[in-house]
Design a protein around this ligand. Sequence first.
Ligand SMILES: [Zn+2]
Ligand SMILES: [Zn+2]
Length: 152
Amino acid sequence: MGGGYATTEELVDAVARRLAAAGRRLTEHRRRVVGALAETPGPRTVAELTDALGDAIPLSSLYRALAVLVEAGVVERLHEHDGVARYELSEVLVGHHHHLVCRRCGRVVDVAAGGDLDAAIDRLARRLGRRRGFRVRGHHIDFVGECERCPR
Ligand SMILES: [Zn+2]
Ligand SMILES: [Zn+2]
């Protein structure tokens, strides 16, 4: 987990606080979904989450839990690269990172740039923003290519 929380309990506490701030409770289903997302870093499809959760949660409940978690800012729904939605814990929970997107198999992997590289990316983003009179406050970057499992 690229970021903030040393243990799953700390993460779950932080999730519960965010849900409470949004007027929601950390139900058993929501806790299980957060646990499944925390288990493996990186964006996951609903199919992958279903595999991880087994029969613990009916599909309709999984979709409802994800919708509430997204609304509360706990989970981010990523724009689809291959027409398949992916979900991951939000950066406020797991820390700032970028995504490596395989254009062959669609796999999306987290990668944290680290201090120096992120500072360089921020400088670049601010320069690009200034061209349009835009004040850049952050960035989300997808790097596109072929992953190590796919032919180059
Ligand atoms: Zn990610
Ligand atoms: Zn691939």
